[in-house]
Design a binder for this molecule. Structure first.
Ligand SMILES: [Fe+2]
Length: 305
């Protein structure tokens, strides 16, 4: 029997639901993502909140996040990011989740084990897995050597050919990979933080990342640069034989305003195919064209250029 997961990450919510981050109202885009995900996937086995859920790190923001989640009747898992107030996460959000939908830091199924790690490092944007988390990972993997394993964390555990992002990834990734190499049942690592999809193999392990529910970053960029792509999330089906079926869904109708420069060279180098469908939209300031993007990994997205 397979397990179905959703990875919803980097919502960067404010307690003021009207606030905008880099041109996107993060409340509205998160609400649209959640609505789309619940409509497409009303029955799931776990929902992973991938970190950076509260941009302002306020207790009220975590309460708002809990109130926005639909009743999936599945445990929520959390991988805290650099934008995280652990006292509010553990004092507000997790108790609320336990009372409503359920909260787990690992899930043990018949064929799969899912482990959520905390790579939050107070005062730093880059991540680090503390000794306690590394020991917990080691213990969980050793206790369930016969089931496939997926490890989730916020910070990316491999370089992604993006100089500015690679400077703020997981600092002690070698320690993580040393543990993984001793446990061949690990099939995948799943991260947030990079605000873009990723699906590559590293040391025989699949490394996946997901778009943000708000602003998107341009892949393979040396410097911080925003992509004119709509918010999205990832679904995953963990099959009994260890195979992972996965894809991205992006919503339409929310995009980063103010981005008028399109970089097809970047998109071509980091995606595989682009199919403009030529649906012209109008707004008060500029003419925009809706295009759909399909990558080799099967992503179907939309952006306005
Ligand atoms: Fe983020």
């Amino acid at each position: 029997m397979s397990l179905r997961l959703l990875h919803i990450t980097d919502s960067h919510l404010y307690h003021d639901p009207t606030r905008v981050l880099k041109g996107v109202c993060t409340h509205d885009s998160f609400a649209a993502i959640i609505a789309d995900a619940y409509r497409r996937f009303p029955a799931v086995d776990a929902v992973i909140l991938g970190g950076d859920m509260a941009q302002d790190e306020q207790a009220a923001t975590y309460r708002m996040l809990d109130s926005m989640l639909p009743h999936w009747q599945a445990p929520v898992m959390i991988t805290p990011g650099n934008h995280a107030a652990l006292e509010h996460l553990y004092g507000e959000l997790i108790p609320a989740l336990k009372a409503h939908t359920g909260y787990r830091d690992h899930v043990q199924g018949r064929h799969w084990q899912i482990i959520a790690l905390n790579s939050h490092q107070a005062g730093h944007v880059a991540g680090r897995l503390p000794e306690t988390e590394l020991a917990r990972l080691q213990q969980l993997l050793s206790a369930s050597a016969t089931t496939h394993a997926l490890i989730a964390l916020h910070h990316h555990p491999i370089p992604i050919s993006s100089r500015w992002m690679d400077a703020i990834g997981l600092e002690n990734r070698d320690e993580l990979w040393n543990i993984i190499r001793r446990h061949p049942q690990v099939r995948a690592l799943l991260c947030g933080h990079i605000h873009q999809p990723l699906d590559v193999m590293h040391d025989g392990v699949r490394v996946l990342a997901s778009p943000s529910t708000c602003v998107q970053f341009i892949p393979c960029s040396d410097t911080f640069e925003l992509a004119a792509l709509s918010p999205g999330y990832r679904w995953l089906d963990l099959l009994p034989d260890g195979v992972i079926s996965t894809g991205i869904h992006r919503i339409t109708g929310i995009f980063q305003s103010g981005i008028t420069r399109w970089r097809p060279d970047t998109l071509y180098s980091c995606a595989s195919f682009i199919f403009p469908v030529g649906e012209e939209l109008q707004n008060s300031r500029q003419r925009l064209f809706l295009v759909h993007i399909t990558t080799r990994q099967g992503e179907v997205g939309a952006c306005l250029v």
